[in-house]
Design a protein around this ligand. Structure first.
Ligand code: DLL
Length: 435
């Protein structure tokens, strides 16, 4: 089984934890160079740290802290040493910006190279990076990692879907990187353009940057006849290359020599045991320009706790698929749910095509919440057989209700009816605040 850096990827747990403690102490000391952390860390004595769990005496860092320190407030190196800036993709509030030194860029490329090789790709592959370049970290993040591995890298970015397909065809692309929603759209266009999606040389896909269910992964794999690997990251922690699946696909290995992970109860902030679902809190252990301590990611997941080390041989813990962000939680008729739960149900129906949208509204005299799920179906479902459609509607309604308790209204649409996104898909429309 191939490794990019076998020594560090298979480091025995005790050595890995010693390395974490050492790097944590260095990181805390480095953070003190900023006014913000100097004040925050007044009562912290890192020289006393002896286990990674000692991180819990450090206060959390939040997105608001990053915003409050806009622009260079959390930078620990002279301005001349910064070579790159990225920004988080959030659409509300002030942007959060992240800075990197040349060493940070190299460390990041190395982490991404580990992911690429872990998924089974190598320098003989042709890699098409079908994701946005620019301030978003998905493009340049994978680009540098892929070049480091030595793959022929096509920086095709997003959009111009027919051209993407043409490139795949002409240059025999074997590996791609995309958001799950966009690659599913690409596969629809392939069919529309008269291609069989399985006829390409594609063999591996890196999919991430947005929540998606196991069923969606299987869809992507079946339609394109590839192996798809889940990729997790966020700009504040570099971008992609934080956690990634190995060939076992039983959780994403988080690179613990570079990221110290905790899972906390998002309401009480209490640190949870492995296996319990909560908010991921991450401390960077290997960053120069802008280290971050105990960052509240807002993402919900759990540490995979099956009592066994992964059979791939890597000792770094695995995290589950991301359920969503804490603020993605929908409350309809007083019931809490996540869009990913609905996606899971929809994608288990073979009649359902690749796109859907959840609409929440409030109407009628009593102004009760309503939940409508618009679902695109494959063309074969629109052959005039209404009985078939009604049966499907009943089945989907029941299955969604079983999952989320609330009874949804299901609306069927022809493929291509819903707006398509080239990056992160918009799955939820909340009209309840509108007059
Ligand atoms: O999305 C970095 C990235 C690029 C990851 C390409 C993977 C591939 P941001 O734009 O800062 O960075 O958004 C980060 O996206 O906090 C999660 O909520 C969500 N997210 C990222 N990867 C996954 C995933 C990039 N595999 C935010 N599953 C994160 C679910 C994901 N959600």
């Amino acid at each position: 089984m191939p490794f990019w850096d076998k020594h560090i990827e298979t480091l025995p747990r005790n050595e890995l934890e010693d390395l974490q403690v050492k790097r944590l102490k260095d990181t805390v000391a480095r953070c003190r160079k900023t006014v913000f952390y100097r004040n925050r860390l007044k009562s912290v004595d890192e020289s006393q740290f002896s286990t990674p769990e000692d991180v819990s005496v450090i206060p959390f860092t939040t997105k608001d802290d990053l915003r409050a320190n806009y622009d260079f407030g959390l930078v620990t190196v002279p301005r001349e040493e910064i070579v790159r800036m990225h920004s988080s993709s959030g659409t509300t509030g002030k942007a959060t910006v992240i800075f990197h030194t040349i060493k940070d860029i190299e460390t990041w490329a190395d982490l991404v190279a580990r992911c690429i090789v872990m998924a089974g790709a190598n320098r003989a592959d042709v890699f098409q990076n079908i994701i946005s370049y620019g301030m978003f970290t998905g493009g340049l993040g994978l680009h540098y990692g892929a070049e480091r591995v030595g793959m022929l890298t096509i920086p095709s970015g997003v959009g111009n879907t027919k051209r993407q397909i043409q490139l795949m065809h002409d240059f025999n692309t074997t590996v791609f990187h995309a958001t799950p929603s966009y690659i599913l759209y690409v596969s629809e266009v392939m069919v529309r353009e008269g291609f069989d999606p399985k006829e390409f040389d594609l063999r591996i896909g890196f999919v991430g940057a947005e929540p998606h269910s196991e069923q969606t992964r299987q869809r992507i794999e079946d339609i394109l006849d590839i192996n798809a690997f889940n990729s997790y990251g966020m700009s504040e922690l570099n971008g992609p290359g934080v956690a990634f699946e190995c060939e076992q696909k039983s959780g994403m290995h988080i690179w613990e020599d570079s990221y110290l992970l905790e899972v906390v109860n998002p309401d009480t902030c209490e640190v949870l045991a492995p296996g319990e679902e909560g908010e991921l809190v991450v401390t960077t252990l290997n960053r120069e320009a802008m280290p971050i301590l105990r960052y509240r990611t807002g993402d919900l997941a759990r540490i995979v706790d099956d009592g066994e080390e992964c059979s791939c041989g890597r000792t770094h813990v695995r995290i589950s698929r991301i359920k969503g962000r804490c603020d993605d939680m929908l409350i309809v008729k007083g019931v809490n749910m996540y869009p990913s739960q609905i996606e899971d149900v929809l994608m288990s129906f073979p009649e359902v095509a690749t796109s859907y949208q959840i609409i929440m509204d409030r109407a009628g005299k009593k102004a009760l919440d309503s939940l409508t799920v618009q679902v695109e179906l494959y063309p074969k479902m629109f052959d005039g057989d209404l009985k078939k459609l009604r049966t499907l509607e009943t089945d989907i309604t029941r299955s969604v209700q079983d999952e989320i308790v609330v009874r949804p209204k299901i609306e069927f649409l022809e493929p291509g009816s819903l707006p398509r996104s080239e990056g992160k898909a918009v799955r939820v429309v909340d009209k309840r605040g509108e007059m």
